[in-house]
Unconditional design. Sequence first.
Length: 205
Amino acid sequence: MKKSLTIQYVIKDIIDLLFSIFLLILLSPLCLVIAILIKLDSKGPVIFKQKRVGRNGKEFIMLKFRTMQQNTEHIGMRYETSKDDPRVTRVGKVIRRVGLDEIPQLINVIFDGMSLVGPRPASPHQVVKYTELEKKRLLAKPGITNMDIIKGGNNLPWKQRIIWDIWYIEHWSLWLDSKILFLTPFMILLTNLQYDKDGISKDYE
């Protein structure tokens, strides 16, 4: 690895840590409001925890604000969701739409080897289906946002999302991360990235 690239990776890690701490402090009042609304809206914990696979296949527990009824992730559409999924709570629909359910992942960035930008952390049941080419997406730290977001989100087939993840890893730079971070809020607010043309957020195919 070139020395300049190594330095960039170190800078990326420092930026991830400092910016995540800053955002957690800045967003703490909002997090409190979201937590209260979740508790008032439905029974269950405020935080949803799920096992995911990170860099080099290391598993960790990813955190999100709970957006579904408690203990329903393995019934109905299981790993997939739809616009009218009855498992999604009223508060859950709102915070999913604007990406606020992802805020707790800043804790994962600080403690669990995630990054602000990188391939979305995959579930273990997805990873076991990977081809040798697709396993390349495990070479980078998983991120809260990624290339998929600015290329179409869940409107893209899974195979295309993985291709973009691999492209990101092969073309990574601090400038690319900055571009993705800048565009992410606009893409979330101005476009529909949650579901495909059939109104479904599909699992790995």
